[in-house]
Design a protein around this ligand. Structure first.
Ligand code: NI
Length: 211
């Protein structure tokens, strides 16, 4: 006799979450699987799970309706309904944020291209109607204006190991700018606003280095 399988019902699948309801008849199992994401289980019924784990380990876990628990990526097991009644839970997986990855890559590339004086590379990171605010308050509007300004700007500092981060739509770059010959070093901070995976706004701030 074959063991019945738990039935997955997909409720949500977007860029951040996958929510699956698992329904088990008595004795049903998921089959062996490895969790690819951190996840939260929300029991929809009371019940008893049988857990088979690598190395021949078996154990039981009591489920209480509405009492959630969390687990981390990499859990490897087979899950069985040991009870006499049907059992169900919601599995909420925190899936990968690809947009955030893209933004981090674009920010890193923008900084790298700035250091290399790679204008084409910098332009690839911007939206067409970008707005760049310079430390002196001047404003560059649109990619053509930015390109023209950057072409004339040979004596600018290079970032040396800046701190870079992206949080939501906002990016940040902070660190020391090594001066070109004839220029002194400066501390710099740039705050970026992303539109999708491109930079729409950049505000630059500078502070003289005392040493
Ligand atoms: Ni599982």
């Amino acid at each position: 006799m074959t063991t019945p399988k738990a039935e997955p019902v997909l409720h949500i699948q977007d860029d951040r979450f996958t929510v699956t309801e698992w329904r088990f008849s008595p004795g049903a199992e998921t089959g062996w699987h490895v969790h690819g994401h951190d996840y939260v289980i929300v029991p929809l019924t009371d019940g008893t799970l049988g857990l088979e784990e690598p190395g021949g380990v078996t154990r039981q876990a009591a489920l209480t309706q509405g009492v959630p628990y969390s687990r981390r990526v990499g859990i490897n097991h087979n899950v069985t309904n040991l009870g006499k009644a049907p059992l169900a839970f919601l599995e909420v997986e925190a899936t990968h944020d690809h947009m955030m990855d893209q933004r981090r890559m674009v920010l890193a590339r923008f900084i790298e291209c700035w250091n290399l004086r790679d204008l084409d590379g910098m332009m690839d990171c911007l939206v067409e109607d970008c707005t760049l605010y310079a430390p002196d308050g001047s404003v560059l509007q649109g990619m053509t204006a930015v390109r023209a300004a950057c072409e004339g700007q040979v004596n600018r500092g290079r970032w040396t190991e800046p701190t870079q981060m992206v949080l939501g739509d906002t990016g940040l770059c902070e660190g020391r700018l090594a001066g070109s010959p004839g220029l002194t070093d400066a501390w710099g901070c740039e705050v970026f606003q992303f539109r999708q995976d491109r930079i729409a706004v950049r505000r630059s701030y500078r502070q003289p280095c005392p040493d």
